[in-house]
Design a protein around this ligand. Structure first.
Ligand code: PFF
Length: 483
């Protein structure tokens, strides 16, 4: 057995530290922006019920599986899976699941860092009082100028990546743990201040009705699929982030209890974010503009709201600090799998490994950064081919109209993440022997059977359906059946 071996990268001081770190990874833009608008526009209370079901039927078993695998392997996801496969007589190819997870994390971090950089920049802009008294057109054009200015974007993207690298390079105890110990309570306090402010000063009745009024007529198969997909993304599953954090927890912590606490906190933050944001949306009659799925809107609309209201400079600054913290605590969990792997296999020191991983991701992020300035894949490939001396790269296909960011987002969120989720479920539910997982999870019999049924049947089936839907295959099948 390898379970009694300590993690080579160190361990969390206790289960509370792990809880903060995993919650920090889970709480991100997905909670602060996506959940409130999807909940509000997809049936309010009834959507929240379905979302909770998805969290507990798909998210919980998979989160438990990831933490369990991490704790059993005690290394980066690649080496954890390689080691577990070896010990349990499975194919060595399972290490590729860890490699895929690490790559997905790097790809996601490359654009997360650009958006994190926006949050940093907007914190400074809000604090300087730049938004005070701005008109809607004024803030929209401020953002357009900001997003099309590569030099500024580059500086903020670099700063955000440096902050991430700095935290990760200091190690599990002095870096990750220290950061989340301060940042997560700060995030909680800022969120509560914003909720209290919104409830006292803005249109809370309409916001409440919008967020919580159950409207079952809005529950369509599409809404259920959205809830499933979001449950998966919001918990940071499928990319090794939770697995690598799991490899640093002690043997005695209850994986099930911790997972439930993380999921409940993640949901609470999402609901509080709705209560902080939507009263303002209704007070400023922004419903038409706000109910859209673009995180960039946070940067286009909120400066206007904060510019108009009393104490707006303070509240605006707090709001963008909140976004920055949420982005940073997620970013460190995205860099950690690669850093742990470099330390283990290349024998690098942590600072060196963090610098290399951070630099690679930063470089990739330049593609997304340019995409936000309006360049398509065609523009970028044409520029490269002109540079190389070929003037006609022949890029007629419509695919090249996509931006680099859209391509990465599509590839990771819609395809790679669900596939990796299904494989994690298969590995822990079908391939590891029941007595092994039973001992590792140490649950009462009934709870263990629930977990095993969910991870073997329910989670993979549900994710597979989400995958078919996201890639358009479900629609295609539907048409085929109707013909
Ligand atoms: N869970 C984050 C969110 O809800 O925004 C997104 C994310 C962060 C996914 C970190 C994965 C991850 F490792």
């Amino acid at each position: 057995m390898i379970t009694d071996k300590g993690a080579i990268h160190g361990e969390w001081a206790g289960k509370y530290a792990f809880f903060l770190a995993a919650t920090g990874s889970a709480v991100g833009l997905g909670n602060l922006w996506k959940f409130p608008y999807v909940a509000g526009s997809s049936g309010g209370g009834s959507f929240i019920l379905i979302y909770l079901l998805c969290l507990f039927l798909i998210g919980l078993p998979l989160m438990m599986a990831e933490i369990m695998l991490g704790r059993m392997g005690r290394q980066s996801p690649v080496n954890t899976l390689r080691r577990l496969a070896k010990v349990h007589g499975l194919s060595g190819s399972w290490k590729w699941l860890g490699v895929t997870g690490m790559l997905i994390a790097g790809l996601i971090l490359s654009y997360y860092s650009v958006i994190g950089g926006w949050a940093f920049a907007y914190t400074v802009r809000a604090a300087s009082g730049l938004f005070t008294g701005q008109t809607m057109d004024g803030v929209v054009s401020l953002f357009s100028r900001f997003a099309s200015d590569p030099e500024h974007l580059l500086a903020w993207h670099t700063l955000f990546m440096l902050a991430t690298v700095m935290v990760v390079s200091r190690g599990v105890k002095n870096g990750l743990e220290l950061a989340v110990k301060w940042l997560m309570p700060a995030l909680g306090i800022i969120l509560i201040v914003l909720v209290v402010y919104a409830v006292k000063n803005a249109d809370v009745n309409n916001a409440f009705a919008f967020l919580f009024h159950p409207d079952f007529s809005k529950i369509t198969p599409d809404v259920v699929l959205t809830a499933m997909g979001h449950a998966f993304f919001t918990l940071s599953l499928g990319m090794g982030a939770i697995m690598v954090y799991g490899s640093y927890i002690g043997q005695r912590s209850s994986i099930c209890g911790l997972s439930i606490a993380i999921i409940l906190t993640d949901t609470l933050v999402a609901i509080l974010a709705g209560l902080a944001i939507f009263p303002l949306v209704f007070s400023f009659q922004l419903e038409g503009v706000m109910i859209q799925s673009d995180p960039g809107l946070l940067f286009r609309i909120f400066p206007y709201v904060f510019g108009q209201m009393p104490a707006g400079t303070l509240m605006g600054t707090l709001f963008f600090i909140l976004l920055s913290i949420a982005a940073l605590t997620s970013a460190i969990s995205l860099l950690e799998p690669a850093v742990a792997w470099l330390v283990e296999t290349r024998g690098m020191t942590r600072p060196r490994a963090s610098a290399w991983a951070g630099f690679s991701v930063w470089f990739l992020g330049l593609g997304s950064m340019l995409a936000f300035t309006g360049l398509t894949l065609r523009d970028m490939l044409t520029a490269v081919s002109v540079w190389l001396g070929h003037y006609d790269p022949g890029l007629e296909n419509r695919f090249y109209d996509l931006s680099f960011f859209a391509m990465i987002d599509y590839l990771t969120a819609k395809f790679l993440l669900p596939v990796s989720g299904i494989l994690i479920a298969i590995f822990s539910g079908w391939l590891l022997k029941a007595e092994v997982t039973r001992q590792e999870l140490s649950l009462p019999d009934w709870a263990y059977h629930c977990w095993r049924t969910l991870v073997r049947y329910v989670a993979p089936t549900a994710i597979f359906i989400v995958l078919l839907n996201a890639t358009g295959a479900l629609m295609w099948l539907g048409r085929l059946i109707n013909h």
